[in-house]
Design a protein around this ligand. Structure first.
Ligand SMILES: Cc1cc2nc3c(=O)[nH]c(=O)nc-3n(C[C@H](O)[C@H](O)[C@H](O)COP(=O)(O)OP(=O)(O)OC[C@H]3O[C@@H](n4cnc5c(N)ncnc54)[C@H](O)[C@@H]3O)c2cc1C
Length: 435
């Protein structure tokens, strides 16, 4: 009897859960790893199976949790993949368990994060990412009666505004930097995916009465010790809006670091994959947001394709291809619609901080000839977040791209860095003896 294929899935969002469940259902020995204590990724953060059906996309969550639990796949929470120390193994930072995890097939399902752009006042308490504020509210932050401005770009703004509204937040306005003309083109393109149109209309219905302003953006946030108001503009007019919180994010950027570390080819800012989600590295697959920002349905479809593919059922994977095609087209429309306007490059003043970990200002960066020079001279991007926040901003502001990733991808303990190899104890002792 041949041993089952060992599949490791990194990321327990919809893409990773679908890949893990389908692979395990089809005979693979699957381990699903995520840095969080609960599965669900971004969209299903904080969901519980009993109450999920009352929340947006909660039925899909309940369905995939049940399917995952029945599949026999192993769930490994609080496990951040920080490195790939050798072929067929990933190194994991986590409490109290072995760090090195071997694989025959690896599925990268690391999702996306919000893009933040610096503007005067963006570091004031009360200014948060749109998805970030939503995540805090899902974790119990009370916002009833709070005056909230939602701004930035992308479909997430409407979803967040609707969610905050449901929790009793008083939404003062939704300011979308993309112009009406592009939103109209996006809406017209959704004939192939009417469910997306209905979802957008539902969010707008839930926020009816709240001004929705395409072509407007936040110029600055005002306040002494915390946020008191924001100034929004359409380039001609501007308005000051008193508020308690600003939820501001500029669409999403894919989490590419693990794929980059493994040497997967990146094309147009995303991990390049073939028809069965395999990357340019044999045995390494990628699903969900890292292959194109397309949301829940795309992540689930790609996860299922990868799940069948790693189990060797390529024919089953192929059945999903027509739908994947439509969803990837949708992702391209999103990129075009929510492309950032040039005016946003001019918002930061010389003393506006861009790298929050290392307190590096826009003025300091403007004197650097390249991203590398900026890292060496200012430590921009070298703090605990390793450029996850400022990297996307400096790419937009200065055109500095990060072509590679270096381990550890997340801050890790020395014991983890030493690994679980047979000489690990010796390595740990050596590391521990470093003064
Ligand atoms: C903050 C935020 C809020 C969002 N809210 C909504 C919403 O309300 N509605 C909506 O329609 N869409 C929302 N989205 C979009 C959402 O990302 C997608 O719809 C969907 O969740 C994508 O699924 P995914 O499986 O590709 O990735 P994700 O759901 O992002 O899951 C990826 C998982 O991988 C984990 N991970 C990443 N790197 C590692 C690593 N190295 N080691 C271990 N674990 C790792 C992450 O912590 C995460 O749990 C949100 C996105 C963000 C960034």
């Amino acid at each position: 009897m041949t041993a089952p294929v060992r599949v490791v899935v990194v990321g327990a969002g919809p893409g990773g859960m679908a890949a893990a469940a389908v692979a395990a259902e089809n005979g693979c020995q699957v381990r699903l790893l995520d840095e969080n204590h609960a599965a669900g990724g971004q969209i299903w953060r904080g969901y519980k199976t009993e109450t999920a059906p009352n929340s947006p996309h909660g039925r899909e969550f309940a369905k995939w949790v049940r399917r995952f639990e029945a599949s026999g796949a192993a769930w490994e929470p609080e496990s951040s993949v920080i490195d790939s120390p050798g072929s067929g193994v990933v190194r994991v930072e986590r409490p109290g368990r072995p760090h090195d995890v071997p694989w025959d097939r690896l599925v990268i399902a690391t999702g996306a994060r919000e893009r933040f752009l610096p503007f005067p006042g963006w570091t004031l308490p009360g200014v948060m990412g749109a998805g970030g504020l939503q995540a805090m509210v899902k974790s119990g932050l009370p916002i009833a009666g709070k005056r909230i401005v939602v701004a930035g770009s992308g479909p997430l703004l409407l979803a967040v505004a609707a969610a905050l509204n449901r929790e009793g937040g008083k939404i003062e306005g939704i300011f979308e930097q993309a112009p009406w003309s592009r939103l109209v083109v996006l809406a017209a393109s959704l004939a192939a995916l009417p469910g997306k149109l209905v979802e957008g209309a539902q969010y707008r219905w839930q926020t009816r009465g709240v001004p929705y302003k395409p072509g407007w953006w936040v110029k600055c946030a005002l306040g002494e010790t915390r946020l008191e108001a924001v100034v929004v503009s359409d380039g001609k007019d501007q308005r000051e809006i008193p508020c308690d919180d600003l939820a501001c994010g500029y669409h999403l950027v894919p989490n590419l670091e693990l794929a980059q570390l493994l040497g997967c080819r990146i094309e147009d800012g995303y991990v390049a994959v073939n028809a069965i989600q395999e990357t340019s590295i044999k045995g390494v697959y990628c699903v969900g947001e890292p292959t194109g920002i397309g949301g829940l349905d795309k992540a689930l479809v790609e996860g299922q394709i990868a799940g069948f593919a790693v189990a060797g059922h390529v024919g089953k994977a192929a059945e999903f291809l027509p739908l994947r095609q439509k969803l990837r087209q949708f992702a391209r429309h999103l990129d075009n619609t929510f492309a950032l306007r040039a005016e946003l490059r001019a918002l930061a003043a010389s003393d506006t901080i861009v790298c929050r970990c290392e307190d590096v200002t826009h003025g300091e960066l403007a004197e650097c000839a390249s991203g590398r020079a900026a890292r060496l001279h200012t430590r921009c991007g070298m703090g605990p977040c390793q450029g996850r926040i400022c990297g996307a901003a400096t790419e937009f502001l200065f055109g500095w791209t990060v072509a590679s990733a270096r381990p550890p991808l997340y801050p890790a303990r020395l014991a983890t860095l030493a690994g679980d190899s047979p000489d690990a104890d010796a390595k740990r002792k050596a590391v521990a003896s470093v003064p």
